[in-house]
Design a protein around this ligand. Structure first.
Ligand SMILES: Cc1cc2nc3c(=O)[nH]c(=O)nc-3n(C[C@H](O)[C@H](O)[C@H](O)COP(=O)(O)O)c2cc1C
Length: 368
């Protein structure tokens, strides 16, 4: 094998078949999204937290839309590659962000942190590919059934995000604790079976994309073997020169150990994974931080009960506060030990994946 098969989503050709996972706040901005798109990957801009001031009401909605438009346009100036947007279902301005992404003609919308059951009603027939994130074959089935029965629409691809991912996790704390080797492969196989069944019924092919804890080419090769057609990766791209997370926060990742990968109860209402720092320690001790909530950005957050404001904490990290900012990252972040360019990382991942797949081929040939 000399090259990896491209990931095809409708008319999009993503080659190598890797998608940059959306990383709010501003970690996957125009700079990182365009850099990966220039390498042939799909570049996802995170739509959360793009306001410039502490505004409220309609001003928050308008500023979020303006921020997203700016990010999309800047990324288009830097790359003619594939550019999409990640929009979390839990956001109170979800509908407005979806409409903005469509009016800016992004290539795709990836939507998770909740099941995007209402996405077709907003975006069907817009020409933008719709890619939900699921955590199990059961949620894939619920979603496909609802989209098909209600809107005669099916996902253009499905991302399966496992419990080793960064950011928020679609699993209970027990499920996260019980996660083991092979769990992601097993869930992907189940989701592929659902996708194949809908393909047989409707003729529409739904590529399945794996995400969560994918670190190197051997991980990618293992997932391709199960039948996924692409992978979505985020944490590895935090440690690139092009990622705008400040250097001191990147250094916390480089210095981290396995024990520093902490699951916290996020105000989003889901478990979230972050790297240990002062804020994470305080949250682990159950210490409530002062919250100033000018705009209720998350449907699922109750500011009077939340231990901290996740929007302020993520903005804090982006502004360089490595103590009280929240540095979210996937389980394998502790294995990262250097900052590289996006091009170096992508080339390395492709080479490693090809090597792992060739190893499989020669191993099978030897057995024959
Ligand atoms: C810093 C960070 C921020 C993230 N923000 C979002 C987000 O805004 N929306 C979302 O759906 N997923 C978010 N994620 C999840 C990623 O998009 C991705 O699917 C996941 O992290 C993949 O696992 P990996 O980081 O181990 O590669 C975030 C992940 C990280 C590391």
């Amino acid at each position: 094998m000399n090259a990896l098969p491209a990931l095809k989503i409708g008319h999009l050709k993503i080659d190598p078949p890797f998608i940059l996972g959306g990383m709010g706040v501003r970690s996957s901005d125009h700079q990182l999204a365009s850099a990966v798109a220039e390498c042939g990957m799909a570049g996802t801009i995170a739509s959360v937290g793009l306001v410039r001031s502490r505004c409220k009401g309609q001003a928050y909605v308008d500023e979020s839309n303006a921020g997203l438009i700016e990010e999309i346009r800047k990324s288009r100036e830097l790359s003619n590659g594939v550019i999409g947007v990640n929009i979390m279902v839990a956001l109170t301005n979800y509908d407005e962000l979806v409409k903005t992404a469509i009016s800016e003609k992004v290539d795709y919308i990836i939507s998770g942190a909740g099941l995007p059951l209402g996405l077709p009603a907003l975006a069907k027939d817009s020409g933008v590919y719709l890619i939900p994130i699921v955590s199990s074959a059961r949620t894939a089935e619920i979603l496909c059934k609802r989209w098909w029965n209600r809107d005669k629409c099916l996902p253009d691809a499905i991302v399966v995000e496992g419990a080793l991912a960064g950011g928020h996790l679609g699993y209970s704390l027990d499920e996260v604790a019980g996660w083991g080797e092979g769990s992601l492969e097993a869930i992907c196989a189940g989701v592929i079976a659902v996708a194949r069944r809908y393909e047989q019924e409707t003729g529409k092919h739904i590529p399945v994309i794996a995400a969560g804890g994918i670190f190197d080419g051997s991980d990618i090769a293992r997932l391709f073997k199960v039948g996924v057609e692409g992978v979505q990766m985020a944490t590895r791209f935090l440690a690139t020169h092009e990622c705008s997370l400040p250097d001191n926060c990147k250094q916390i990742i480089l210095d981290s150990t396995k024990d520093d990968m902490i699951i916290i109860k996020s105000p989003v209402g889901l478990p979230g994974r972050a790297v240990r720092n002062d804020l994470v320690e305080k949250v682990m001790r159950g210490e409530k931080q002062p919250i100033f909530c000018p705009y209720h950005c998350l449907r699922t957050c109750n500011p009077s009960e939340a231990l901290f404001c996740i929007a302020a904490a993520l903005v804090g990290a982006h502004d360089g506060d490595d103590k009280n900012g929240l540095i979210m990252a996937g389980y394998n972040a502790y294995r990262i030990n250097k900052i590289v360019s996006v091009r170096e990382l992508v080339d390395e991942l492709v080479e490693e994946t090809l090597t792992a797949l060739r190893g499989e081929e020669s191993c099978c040939a030897a057995k024959r």
